[in-house]
Design a protein around this ligand. Structure first.
Ligand code: COA
Length: 163
């Protein structure tokens, strides 16, 4: 597997095959659209130096876009992260994350932060496996969330890891 910077061509490929990377059945149509809109071209044109893809067997097997926080320059933030459904549970998400952790550490970051929705079991499992801690408090289902993190009624699981 090869990790390299995401090009505009890769970005177009991700959007053209969006359902290969994100599980449409796990979200409301509104939420699914919101996730798609998070794939803003700014992450390639203006902030693309730390946007990476994994290539395996010439397939774009996964991607992880991250950046250094402006409010807290010691923290790197994972913005977009997905692995192609045909390549999941092969360690790609883990290896890509570890590559990015090293890189962001070399840029002076001491922490790495990411968020997900409370129903995203695979993401929660992966982040636990990677040694992240949860910020926030357990909700009524026992999932630690930060209340209203993404807006009114929009709780999120917020992860943080020391690099
Ligand atoms: C979350 C995601 C990126 C994980 O990628 P992945 O390449 O499949 O993850 P890995 O193979 O590196 O998993 C490493 C470990 O994480 C845990 N894990 C990952 N997916 C899991 C799942 N579906 N169920 C339980 N544990 C899981 C396991 O401990 C796994 O190790 P194991 O396979 O040896 O048991 C992938 O499921 C995905 O793209 N999901 C859709 C998009 C998404 O939700 N992105 C995250 C947004 S925050």
């Amino acid at each position: 597997m090869k990790i390299r910077q995401c090009t505009k061509k890769d970005f177009d490929k991700i959007l053209a095959h969006f359902n290969d990377y994100w599980d449409i059945d796990k979200y409301t149509p509104d939420m699914y659209q919101r996730i798609r809109y998070l794939h803003h071209p700014i992450w390639i044109y203006e902030f693309g130096n730390t946007a990476f893809v994994v290539e395996k067997e010439r397939i774009l097997a996964g991607y992880l876009f991250c950046n250094v926080s402006q409010t807290d320059p010691l923290t790197a933030y994972g913005i977009l992260f997905a692995v192609h459904r045909s390549y999941r549970r092969q360690g790609i998400g883990k290896q890509l994350s570890e590559y990015v952790f090293q890189l962001m550490k070399s840029k002076g970051c001491k922490y790495y932060k990411a968020i997900t929705t409370e129903g995203n079991e695979s993401s929660i499992r992966l982040h636990i496996e990677l040694g992240f801690e949860f910020l926030g408090e357990p909700n009524e289902r026992g999932v630690p969330v930060v209340k209203n993190y993404a807006g009114p009624g929009e709780d999120r699981v917020v992860f943080r890891k020391r690099l």
